[in-house]
Ligand binder design. Structure first.
Ligand SMILES: [Mg+2]
Ligand SMILES: [Zn+2]
Length: 189
């Protein structure tokens, strides 16, 4: 199924920990709870028929700390269109752990996306680099480690500029919806 031809719109990719919810550093997936506004953000995307993908590094799986946590139930429950999880640790040398681009490529290939008009929303340099490498529009949120990303960690993604810096995911989604309204105004000729 070609989601973009069905919806006629681009897609939003969201990081989980520090972007959708959780704490400064989520060690175990069970410790996560969505931020205020995250459910509303996903609801807005659903109402606007904009596909919402979760792309998340979960080295807790490689470290045996996930306790069989049911990510699929969580992401289905919040209304994500699909989700892509890197279960590896740094030493596994995979290509899906962000800033690797493997998760984004999996989403692109499964859903036939034109990434150049998709948005990567995240709180860390690794989200920005992964999205930037794939030519996506970048939105940094100031939740999680977002403020570090704008200051002490800014050099780690110095090659890229965010299209927008949002207070949180909800503000990011509202901004994206406005952008898409502008982009999809009917041509006058
Ligand atoms: Mg994060
Ligand atoms: Zn991986």
């Amino acid at each position: 199924m070609n989601i973009q031809s069905e919806f006629g719109r681009c897609a939003v990719f969201a990081d989980r920990d520090g972007t959708m919810g959780g704490d400064y550093y989520v060690k175990r997936p069970q410790d996560y709870a969505p931020y205020p506004g995250t459910r509303e953000a996903f609801q807005i995307l659903r109402d606007e028929k904009i596909p919402a993908f979760v792309v998340t590094n979960q080295s807790c799986v490689a470290r045996g700390l996930d306790g069989g946590y049911d990510f699929a139930a969580e992401f289905r429950g919040i209304g994500a269109t699909d989700w892509f999880i890197c279960p590896h640790d740094d030493e596994d040398g995979c290509n899906c752990r962000k800033p690797g681009t493997g998760l984004i490529e999996q989403a692109r290939d499964r859903h036939h996306l034109d990434l150049s008009c998709c948005y990567m929303v995240g709180d860390r340099w690794s989200d920005m680099v992964a999205g930037g490498r794939m030519n996506m529009r970048l939105v940094l949120v100031q939740t999680g480690r977002g403020n570090d990303s704008l200051s002490s960690e800014r050099t780690k993604w110095a090659d890229y500029e965010p299209a927008f810096v949002a207070v949180n995911l909800l503000e990011a989604v509202r901004w994206i919806v406005e952008e898409e309204r502008c982009n999809t105004r009917p041509a006058t000729e």
